[in-house]
Design a protein around this ligand. Structure first.
Ligand SMILES: Nc1ncnc2c1ncn2[C@@H]1O[C@H](COP(=O)(O)OP(=O)(O)OP(=O)(O)O)[C@@H](O)[C@H]1O
Ligand SMILES: [Mg+2]
Length: 140
């Protein structure tokens, strides 16, 4: 399954996030890929907010992992950029989160190697021609 959305601003990105949120189940892994500044973190913020997360999602770039309890599940936003491979990724609680039924949103998922299951979601963000336009592809 693959769908692609053209969005023109952050509000439209959040609308796609809201729609995608309805598809998620505990234990899902969502790989976020695409250009720098293309909206991976912004999308995750919108998704957490529409699920009733209490705290705004800050960029995990300097935190590695940010936990967002929502009304449906624990949403965990990870930025693996500074990690070197699956062994590193295991040390930040990957398996514990999954055992607890969390949903993992993962930037730089290549760092996780084989830990990414075949049924993971793959979201790809591409910059558009105007400052606020983006393409968001969702595949599973
Ligand atoms: N349609 C849009 N969707 C998402 N973000 C947008 C859009 N238009 C403009 N922006 C802006 O682009 C920036 C996207 O930054 P964000 O941190 O979400 O990107 P990122 O893909 O997570 O980047 P990085 O690879 O550095 O982690 C934000 O400043 C946001 O306000
Ligand atoms: Mg980001």
């Amino acid at each position: 399954m693959e769908s692609s959305y053209q969005v023109n601003n952050v509000d439209e990105t959040w609308a796609v996030a809201r729609q995608f949120a309805a598809e998620l189940k505990p234990g899902d892994i969502v790989c976020l890929e695409g250009d720098l500044g293309s909206g991976k973190t912004t999308f995750t913020q919108g998704l957490a907010a529409c699920l009733g997360a209490k705290r705004a999602v800050t960029s995990p770039t300097f935190c590695l992992v940010v936990e967002h309890p929502t009304e449906k599940f624990l949403l965990v936003h990870m930025d693996l950029y500074r990690l070197h491979g699956p062994d590193d990724v295991l040390t930040i609680g990957w398996e514990d989160y999954l055992a607890r039924g969390a949903v993992l949103f993962v930037e730089w998922p290549d760092r996780a190697g084989d830990l990414i299951p075949a049924n993971a979601w793959h979201l790809t963000f591409t910059l558009g021609e105007t400052e606020e336009s983006r393409t968001i592809s969702i595949a599973r």
